[in-house]
Design a protein around this ligand. Sequence first.
Ligand code: NAD
Length: 492
Amino acid sequence: MKLNQENLSQLPRDIMRPTYDRRQLTAGIVHVGVGGFHRSHEAFYTDELLQSSDASRWGICGVGLRAADRRMASILKEQDYLYSVIVKHPDGHRETRVIGSIVDYLMGCDDPAAVIDRMADAKTKIVSLTITEGGYNVDPDTGDFDRSNPDALHDVENPSNPKLVFGYLTAALKKRRQAGLPAFTVQSCDNILHNGDLTKQMLLSFARMQDSELADWIESEVCFPNAMVDRITPVTTDADIEYLQSEFKLVDNWPVACEPFRQWVVEDRFSNGRPKWQDVGVQFVADVTPYEKMKLRLLNAGHSVLGILGAIHGYQTIDECMRDDLFVTYLRQFFDHEVTPVLDPVPGIDLNEYKRTLVERFGNPSIGDQLSRICLESSSKLPVFLIPTIRENLSRGAGLEHAALVIAAWCYYSDKHADRHGNALEVTDGLKNDLQKAAKATSEDVLSFVKFKPVFGELATDERFTAIYAKMIDRLYRNPDVSEQMREIIDL
Ligand code: NAD
């Protein structure tokens, strides 16, 4: 049976499905970047809210800006924008839920005017984003908006036919202002420290290139709440699609699989109203900083620790690493000795319990989170998740070996694109060539990789760090069995 609106009532009883009237929904939210995570997180919370109360103003219109999103557009359209979420519990138990909160989908690269008009529509109250860390067009040297990006220059010249999300947002906000409509909230759901503040900084920089008066209006009228978002959502596999077919005879061409845990902590600053997401477990706070720091420095950095060391070791998935006691102990020590001391108190959270749950979540054998996904775009991730922890430990004179080995291993990984056995590793990174060039020069200058300033800043000028790092590099290049160095660090 194909997944679509007509067949909803015939789904097997074990599948939860929307019981609200989807025809009554209007899209108060426009979401850019409908990938796995949006569908397991914001759209999932919103579906629960629609299920439990009358929130019919808060349907979601998905938006894809890039040609690569056409597949999502056509699959969702064929399925009346319905899709299944398979929640995989650590004990192997699964729950399947069909989500109904997405009610439309528009493709920016095919019809930019339709996207701009939809964002500018009075019914749109929030434009939310999961466009990945790389989607914010940050100049890695300065931390400002990258004005040299040809797409940004194109968007300044062609306001009605933009390519970057910032071109779309600016064009839509301009229309709203002209029409006397209130601004929408721009809500980032990407894994970035102060994601709302960064979005604001980038949007204002872009808008100023186009129209400084409009930029002033945006600055005073648009809210950009910071948020911490969490739910491990690996790439959908063929096995997920086959599971629905064999278990329920349900044909869903792009379901999502994820863990049961989920968390969303949001600053309660919205320009134009918001759903009562607190009724379905979203936490609204005045300041999200301690929550996001805890999550990025423990969960995301922990993923990178396992991802990079595990990839070189020859492992494929996070749970495979967690079946190795050496990796578990290493991770736990990294959390306890290097991260916890640099975190601020987090209201209402017991850090020990949080770390214990992380170890349990990472070990969930049903998730099969690929290390290749974790290592994607490491050059955008490590400067946010891991390198600040090293810097803070340097300035307080504390140990940093666990994190330093990850940097040394990342150099090896960027240089060889292979694990310790010589098996090729697929590297996907916007700075892949620069990283490889810097890593390859290690044979002439042991510090060449960490001298790559767009990622490491001034790290290579710190003598304590470079002494530790150089020793690790020397040993890793002589013997890429990273587990030997991990063992020694644990025993320190
Ligand atoms: P995905 O690959 O399934 O989807 C990414 C979406 O972003 C796609 O629609 C893609 O077209 C769009 N996109 C990418 N670059 C863009 C750009 N420059 N401009 C506009 N759109 C762009 O990935 P996902 O798993 O949904 O993750 C997306 C983001 O969500 C992550 O980068 C992360 O910041 C955040 N997140 C993911 C998880 C997770 O476990 N997957 C957990 C927490 C947060």
